[in-house]
Design a protein around this ligand. Structure first.
Ligand code: NAD
Length: 503
């Protein structure tokens, strides 16, 4: 099928963008290279997308540099107004954005329509409102002097994002950086560039000046690596795996970039014996199976008090087995394919890892039998019981619809297991005991704790991790510190300073 037919078949009203976005224009890569982006439902090619090389990253940096003086000095409220207009345009184009995201990533349409698109608009709107609320400070210093602090943009920011929530991450990464007055060179993941390019088109329509945002789809070890190394990029904000995070830190050392890292996780989801089991079963299924488990904050370690473990697992497995797998563009689908065949194979390999270490498969553990899904990257919702919390399936991030169940006897044991990995991103607990709830909130080694819920996010609430899950925070007022730097200004108003070199 040609691109127009693919658009029509997916129900898209507007054209699919497949070129780099540099200096406000859609352009081919300098060397003409492209990379196919696939539909994970059947592994057919959606589009050949221009693939940025080093020369293209240089062009993007030059465009950002040209745009920076005017953008950073524009009245903050005017920058905000552009982001607010963009939020409106995202809502007006919500149907196409949701379909395009489902087509490129495999997220079911019911998720992209009700979560990804509204959250993307909400985030741009939140930071549109934030733009003119980032205040400086006045420091009470010695008499006769005024000392004030200016919060200035960092300059050119490089942003590298993964493939699991490409649309939403355009807003998490770009909205605060733009509100603060930075210019951007962003690289989407090579396998899911389409909605990011669509957002670029909407940014142009919203009146964003040329060069303020530049999008360079391309390979991680080429375009991504060069962004991390680039001597004229002042900061890099990265979301992705811990292994790549380490490479980014090393590459950034050349010009001592400011670095912000949102990395992997192995979220403990603890169910106590006093929990509301119906709510915990449903919430725990959302925690791991939403987006096929491809979430850094997934509740991938299901920790059950031994008194309720059997009953919980029975109800949880029944729910998992009832989840409707199917084409993401079908409104009734509750779980789509994983985003790539390579990733599906990696996820399924963990079933063998579990078995080798004495684990038992409670549900799933294989591709679905439905012939209609045979060409796609599907994996059944999978539950395994591990023997020990040190087993690989209880320690390593699988990043799929794959949850590892563990049991515990006491609160102390639960805490030791929960904190017994090198990650520290999302975490959650289900209990009706208020003291226990807050004690765990205090003691969990994590950037986020959810009590009697899981995986809640909001643009006002800081998001990020500790340990191997990274450093820095997205969202809220917190992220504005990440995208600004402080300048201290001293003024002698009427200070009587004795001359140091009295003559
Ligand atoms: P990945 O690290 O392989 O890739 C992420 C991005 O980095 C991609 O755009 C890729 O092209 C790029 N990249 C790869 N090598 C690079 C290099 N040498 N230099 C610069 N860029 C490079 O991760 P992935 O498999 O795409 O994504 C899944 C991972 O992302 C999981 O570990 C998940 O937990 C993590 N993640 C974290 C968060 C968070 O907020 N903490 C959110 C979502 C996903």
């Amino acid at each position: 099928m040609n691109l127009a037919d693919i658009q029509a078949a997916a129900g898209l009203r507007t054209p699919i963008r497949h070129q780099l976005f540099i200096g406000g224009r859609f352009v081919d890569a300098a060397d003409g290279q492209t990379l196919a982006t696939l539909n994970p439902h059947d592994n057919s090619t959606i589009a050949e997308v221009a693939m940025a090389g080093r020369e293209d990253v240089d062009r993007a940096v030059a465009a950002a540099e040209a745009a920076l003086p005017a953008w950073s000095r524009m009245a903050a409220a005017d920058r905000g107004r552009i982001l607010l207009r963009l939020a409106d345009l995202i809502e007006a184009n919500g149907g196409d954005l949701a379909r395009l995201e489902s087509l490129d990533t495999g997220h079911p349409l019911r998720d992209t329509r009700t979560l990804d698109v509204p959250r993307t608009a909400e985030c741009f709107r939140y930071f549109g409102g934030m733009a003119d609320k980032v205040l400086g400070d006045v420091v009470p210093v010695e008499a006769g002097f005024l000392n004030y602090l200016l919060r200035e943009p960092v300059g050119i920011v490089g942003q590298v994002v993964p493939w699991n929530f490409p649309l939403m991450f355009t807003s998490w990464k770009m909205a605060p950086a733009l509100a603060a007055g930075n210019c951007i060179v962003l690289k989407p993941a090579e396998i899911t560039p389409l909605t990011t390019l669509k957002i670029a088109e909407l940014m142009r329509e919203a009146g964003l000046p040329d060069g303020v945002v530049n999008i360079v789809p391309g390979l991680g070890n080429v375009a991504g690596q060069y962004i991390a190394e680039h001597p004229r990029i002042a900061k890099i904000a990265f979301t992705g795996s811990t292994a790549t995070g380490r490479r980014i830190v090393q590459a950034s050392a050349g010009n001592l970039k400011k670095v912000q890292l949102e990395l992997g996780g192995k979220g403990p989801n603890i169910v106590f014996d006093d929990a509301n089991l119906a709510a915990a079963v449903n919430g725990s299924a959302f925690a791991i199976f939403h987006n096929q488990g491809q979430a850094c904050i997934a509740g991938s370690r299901l920790m059950l008090h031994e008194r309720i473990a059997d009953e919980f697992l029975e109800r949880f497995a029944a729910l998992a087995k009832s989840i409707r797998l199917g084409n993401p563009l079908d409104e009734r689908t509750e779980m789509g394919p994983l985003t790539s065949a390579q990733h599906r194979d990696r996820v399924l390999s963990y079933v063998e890892v579990a078995k080798e270490q004495g684990g038992a498969v409670v549900a799933g553990g294989k591709a679905p039998a439905d012939p209609a899904l045979a060409a796609g990257c599907y994996v059944e919702p999978t539950i395994v019981k591990a023997r020990d919390y040190k087993d690989r399936v209880a320690q390593e991030e699988v990043f799929g619809p794959f949850v590892t169940a563990l049991t515990f006897k006491t609160d102390d044991e639960a805490l030791a297991i929960a904190n017994g990995t090198d990650y520290g991103l999302g975490s959650g607990l289900w209990t009706c005991n208020i003291q226990r709830a807050h004690r765990f909130a205090r003691d969990l080694h994590a950037g986020m704790v959810w009590i009697n819920t899981y995986k809640r996010v909001n643009p006002g609430s800081p998001f990020g991790g500790v340990g191997l899950s990274g450093y820095g925070r997205e969202m809220g007022f917190e992220v504005m510190r990440e995208y600004t730097q402080v300048k201290s200004v001293w003024v002698n108003i009427d200070a009587q300073v004795a001359p140091w070199y009295a003559r």
